[in-house]
Design a protein around this ligand. Sequence first.
Ligand code: BTN
Length: 269
Amino acid sequence: MKEASFVKKTESFLKKLDFDVVKKSFVFDDLDSTNSTAKDLAKAGGAEGAVVIARIQSHGRGRFERIWESPEGGVYLSLILRPSVPRQNTSLLSFVAALAVTKSINTYGVHATIKWPNDVRVNGRKIAGILLESEGEGPTINYVVVGIGINLAIDLKKLSSDLQTRSTSLVNEVHHPVDYHEFLRTLFMTFEHYYTVFEGQRFGEIIDEWKTYSDTLGKSIKVRTMTETLQGTAVDVDQSGFLLLWTASGETKKILSGDCLYCDELDHT
Ligand code: BTN
């Protein structure tokens, strides 16, 4: 889509939608990072249901300070949420987002799966990622920004060579064009469904459904956390989203957040 028409087309498309998670939109042609802009808006009082969308990002950010390469043809958006659930449950929003993205992708007849906690992949190649950033005090959430990046129709050759071998895009999998705006509609509808379940504090339902799409459980994995690298078998994910890792020493470790690598594909993760 041409630069000038993207903003206009997307704004007028979003106006016609009736979803609580996208009540107000901020659409840009070229932004450094939709998450950074959404965080600024949230800090300035931006209400729940604001969404920041960009055609391309110059400094897209991924988990663990990585760069999220964001050429044209991708979905780059960030939602501002202010859920009324205990702050300790915030991280479950990444499972909400992963489910919404995976189910939306799968409506195109592909088989996307989730690598704990929220890497969405098709045939072992990454197709989407989620970056959650939040602020709160004590038990109260101030805001959560849910950033979603999806390789919808990107030309994989525009990614750095290292990423090309590990990534795929939806058009690459289905071999036909995919309408960006129709995809957004499906994504918002699916997200809203799981967000309602989350707000209703039915966390078990989210985890149970997440497990049906995840390919992590039962696998031999390595998990890099902020402080250590652990190896073992992924035995379960509990109702709070903690990964239960059974290590060689016979201990079961509970891990809230980390980078998960599958041992059977370590040479190309
Ligand atoms: C990951 O490392 O897998 C998470 C990638 C998240 C990328 C998205 S693109 C939209 C939003 N804005 C950002 O800067 N990052 C997120």
